[in-house]
Design a protein around this ligand. Sequence first.
Ligand SMILES: Cc1cc2nc3c(=O)[nH]c(=O)nc-3n(C[C@H](O)[C@H](O)[C@H](O)COP(=O)(O)OP(=O)(O)OC[C@H]3O[C@@H](n4cnc5c(N)ncnc54)[C@H](O)[C@@H]3O)c2cc1C
Length: 238
Amino acid sequence: MPVPSFQITCTARDVIARDVYEIRFGKPENFTFKEGQFVLFDVPLVDNPADIQTRALSIASTQGEEELLFGLKLKPGGRVSRWVAETLKIGMTVRIQGPFGVFVLDPASERERVFVATSAGVAPFRAHIKAALERGDQRKMDLIYGVRSEEDLFWHRELEELSKAYPNFFLHLALTIPSPTWKGHVGRVQTLVPLVIPDFSQKEVYVCGNPDMTTEVKKLCLEQWRVEKKYLHVEGYI
Ligand SMILES: Cc1cc2nc3c(=O)[nH]c(=O)nc-3n(C[C@H](O)[C@H](O)[C@H](O)COP(=O)(O)OP(=O)(O)OC[C@H]3O[C@@H](n4cnc5c(N)ncnc54)[C@H](O)[C@@H]3O)c2cc1C
């Protein structure tokens, strides 16, 4: 079966943290997806627009939101990074394919959820957490979200608001190189997770971000934190 493709039009493109763009697109009426899935964008090379390749971006919006929301962490010289920073403008139409992926919440599971993200890896979790809370899911959910310093944080204010509004959602920030005024955790997510979750026996764990982090956290989950493989879900941003 051919992969569905859609033309979507950019409605917003903003720098929201150091080297991070938030981009928004109108959602086509016949486009359906599940929170946690991603799409492939057709991305032309800035210096040769006829040369097109696809790049994956996780959908950060919920099914209920009107627009498709994405967060992109720039990679120096990278194709999609240069395209978003130098070419993409509000009003431009782009082809996407999808949705793809199985990084969705297990509807059959009643376990509490632990989400571990670094940087843009928070994108699918924004969608998961917002959707779960809005549909009245009462189980405990912890998000451990790591970046380098305060300037690298994004969507944390909205997540903080959710944690205030819903007593079952907890946000834990981890900064590796914070400013002197930072009062939260200092260190990588790998060091914060076991402090927040001393016992994984009732947990379902979701990990998303750069592959170095996801590989290490996966190993820790399986070898030290006693997470059973069937309760561990990993999306590496290769
Ligand atoms: C399922 C999935 C979902 C994803 N979701 C997201 C998401 O929501 N947000 C997000 O930010 N990322 C996401 N990613 C990662 C994203 O798809 C890209 O891989 C990433 O943004 C890098 O793409 P790029 O085109 O900018 O770099 P590429 O062109 O693919 O380059 C890869 C690397 O090579 C380096 N490089 C390339 N060209 C040059 C050059 N000329 N000079 C020097 N260095 C160079 C770049 O710095 C980069 O590190 C996801 C990946 C997957 C697999």
